[in-house]
Design a protein around this ligand. Structure first.
Ligand code: GAP
Length: 513
């Protein structure tokens, strides 16, 4: 087992142990790739959603938010292209009878080569010490250059074959690379086939009157079909955006990696309607703006990178991912797509209704172009959670597990701890809880020695511990302990609210954008 596997296992078990994420219907042995958010997870998820909503809707006077239904008229999905083109290439192993995504098998193969590059870099960094120049090493080291060329040529051949629907070549590539079933090592593969990812269901009580529906595979279409309603009622002028957050459903072939790839998940999407011809400018603007949003959370610039798509989705003329370094390597976290007028034009065609904007400056009507930003809330949750989980060795040689969540997102902002369960200390601690709970999610904790309580709150991600002791009775002060530095300070009880607010306020964090 690699370090990466170990770290990822730790993330999954910590998420369960501390009430963040549970397997859905666990008492019935769970449902594959479906998860429930527990008491802390629901709070973290809500805070991430709010952080996004504030940055996208509240802070932009030309972006409004909606909440469209999950069920949509079935023609929506014909128009959007999902009925015909929302497919993944699947391949079965004849011996193990296991099913895989052909493109994921190839990407995993490349990820292994990338891990080899990382190893070479690590070794060289150790060898050269302070004089090590990573960029130069990667560009000139013979072995690394060969590894990189192999990755590039493999991904580019795959992109071309998928684009041309040449599934025979995708299989040929798997064979040429000698990719084996990760579980059994068998190379006995079937042909590659396309598989539609939408879940079907029915609306209506009787068989004669029922109608076939799909659970939406993206929230975006709820925005497109409401484009004109929103534009007319809000009187927004182009450029303007419509945002929404909500559930989406995909019958993923390979559903693994915990909440990274789920069958039921939540998206946070924004469609920005623009004048045709301005898409390159807005594409660059939104790439940059979204990256700044991520960086404002302070999770390390080195953990993000852009990946420009070679294979474009059926609706896009340019697309890039913001990738994040998850415990299993760099993977897509958010997509920025230049969707042209594809969606609105298709809905015009299928509905027979005009979906155009009258531009007073140009004195003409046109179908706007669209720039989309689309991020998975669950993926963002995993990025934040996995990046925050650390095992630290302290100066005295002891270790602690800390979930160093950005305090703005932490589910519980402060734990209030009476040093002992007597002498009137619990009453004061309860009074502090009563006072702070109007502004923050706080908890009262009196069980175990205070040191153990600190560790419990560290592992839970709580940024502040506030301890009430016997001095409090005399001078109205408490000890505030900071999760990340473990430093302690004596402060007046009346100063607590402002002190916490200054640290966890969304304003403070979003100002860093
Ligand atoms: N409207 C465009 C769209 O849906 P996408 O790249 O298919 O584009 C956008 O999805 C984002 O949704 C991804 O970057 C990812 O964060 C998230 N996402 C997609 N499929 C997912 C899944 N099965 N589980 C969790 N998140 C997913």
């Amino acid at each position: 087992m690699t370090n990466q596997d170990d770290q990822f296992k730790k993330v999954i078990s910590h998420a369960k142990e501390y009430g963040y994420v549970f397997q859905s219907s666990e008492i019935y042995d769970g449902l594959s790739a479906v998860y429930d958010y527990a008491q802390n997870g629901a709070e973290l998820k809500k805070n991430i959603r709010e952080y996004w909503w504030k940055a996208m809707v509240q802070m932009n006077e030309n972006i409004v938010g909606i909440d469209a239904a999950i069920f949509m008229h079935p023609t929506t999905w014909k128009a959007s292209g999902h009925v015909d083109a929302f497919n993944d290439p699947l391949i079965d192993n004849k011996d193990s009878k296991k099913r895989y995504r052909a493109d994921v098998l190839i990407e995993d193969y490349c990820a292994k080569i990338e891990a080899k590059i990382d190893k070479e870099v690590e070794k060289a960094a150790k060898r050269f010490g302070d004089t090590f120049d990573k960029e130069q090493f990667v560009a000139t080291n013979q072995r690394v250059v060969e590894y990189q060329e192999k990755i590039n040529s493999t991904l580019s051949r795959m992109a071309k074959s998928l684009e041309n629907e040449d599934l025979a070549d995708v299989k040929a590539l798997i064979e040429a690379l000698e990719i084996a079933d990760p579980l059994t090592g068998s190379r006995n593969w079937t042909e590659v086939k396309q598989f539609n990812l939408m879940f079907g269901t029915k609306i209506g009580a009787s068989a004669e009157n029922s109608m076939d529906l799909y659970l939406r595979p993206e929230t975006a279409q709820g925005i497109f079909v409401n484009f004109l309603n929103v534009q007319k009622t809000s009187r927004l002028k182009i450029p303007f955006g419509i945002a929404q957050t909500g559930k989406a459903f995909r019958n993923e072939i390979v559903a693994r990696q915990f909440i990274f790839r789920m069958r039921e998940f939540e998206q946070m999407e924004m469609q920005f309607f623009i004048k045709p011809g301005t898409q390159v400018e807005w594409y660059n603007y939104w790439k940059e703006t979204r990256l700044k949003w991520h960086l404002s959370l302070g999770m390390g610039t080195e953990n993000y990178r852009f990946h420009d798509h070679e294979k474009l989705a059926h609706y896009a003329d340019a697309a890039a991912d913001i990738e994040f370094k998850f415990p299993f390597g760099f993977k897509e976290l958010e997509g920025i797509h230049s969707r042209t007028d594809f969606d609105l034009s298709q809905h015009e065609k299928y509905s027979g209704k005009k979906l155009q904007y009258f531009d007073p400056e140009e004195n003409k009507s046109y179908v706007p172009y669209v720039l989309e930003t689309s991020i998975g809330l669950d993926r963002m949750f995993l990025a934040v959670f996995s990046n925050s989980l650390k095992d630290e060795t302290l100066e005295d040689g002891s270790t602690r597990t800390v979930l160093a969540l950005p305090s703005v997102l932490a589910p519980i902002k402060a734990a209030i701890l009476p040093l002992v369960k007597k002498d009137g200390l619990p009453e004061i601690a309860r009074q502090i809880v009563e006072d702070l709970k109007w502004d923050f999610n706080v908890v009262y904790d009196e069980k175990d020695a205070v040191g153990r309580r600190y560790r419990r709150q560290d592992a839970n991600g709580t940024p502040f511990c506030i301890t009430v002791d016997h001095d409090t009775l005399n001078d109205h002060t408490v000890t505030i302990r900071y999760r990340d530095t473990m430093l302690q300070e004596r402060v007046n009880i009346d100063a607590l609210r402002d002190l916490i607010k200054q640290d966890v306020d969304m304003r403070t964090w979003l100002m860093k954008m």
